[in-house]
Design a protein around this ligand. Structure first.
Ligand code: AR6
Length: 179
């Protein structure tokens, strides 16, 4: 990977709600009304303003389809915005899961770019409750983000935030293979 692209990718382990970035991505569900995992953590830390914005989006467009993304305030989070995207539920891999997961990353980055966002942090979408195999998901995430950055100036920085040791190892592997 060209040096300039490698510098635009960062890896962090920890709680995404603590990350200083212009936008955090939330692994939401299509209701946009909250849930467990990282979704629960983001709504808890960000407070009711996020849910208020989500309700307005639901009133306008009835939720968010798998692979699509919407943007709200970051409420009390250090991040100004939250981009909510809906990952696919893993169903064996033959129900367009890779394409839908790639859409999550691509559409979140597209929305970030449209809002002039310079730094964006992603959790490992679909790899918790939705059961997507972590190695396959890491590959889709890194390849999709890399392809987007190669074509666009913004976002300038993308931070992959891993929570568990297995994802840390997988992302280290993916990012090393690229450099
Ligand atoms: N910071 C960073 N990563 C986290 C955090 C955190 N605070 N908490 C969990 N993770 P999941 P999904 C990691 O289950 O699989 C919700 O109920 C976690 O270890 O949050 O896309 C939604 O409402 C895993 O690697 O999201 C949906 O119904 C990754 O975040 C459903 O879960 C994603 O795990 C979405 O399932």
């Amino acid at each position: 990977m060209p040096d300039t692209l490698a510098h635009r990718l960062q890896l962090l382990q920890g709680d995404i709600t603590k990350v200083q970035a212009d936008a955090l991505v939330n692994a939401a569900n299509s209701s946009l009304l909250g849930g467990g995992g990282v979704d629960g953590a983001i709504h808890r830390a960000g407070g009711p303003a996020i849910l208020e914005d989500c309700r307005k989006i639901v009133a306008r467009q009835g939720g968010c389809n798998t692979g699509e993304a919407v943007i709200t305030t970051g409420g009390n989070l250090p991040a100004k915005h939250v981009i909510h995207t809906v990952g696919p539920v893993w169903n064996g891999g033959h129900r367009r899961e890779p394409e839908l997961l790639a859409n999550c990353y691509h559409n979140s980055l597209q929305l970030a770019q449209e809002h002039g966002i310079r730094t964006i942090a992603f959790p490992n979408i679909s790899t918790g409750i939705y059961g997507y195999p972590k190695d396959k998901a890491a590959n889709v995430a890194v390849q999709t983000v890399r392809a987007f950055l190669a074509q666009h100036q913004l976002p300038a920085q993308v931070i992959f935030v891993v929570f568990d040791a297995e994802n840390l190892r997988l992302y280290e592997e993916q990012l090393t293979n690229l450099s």
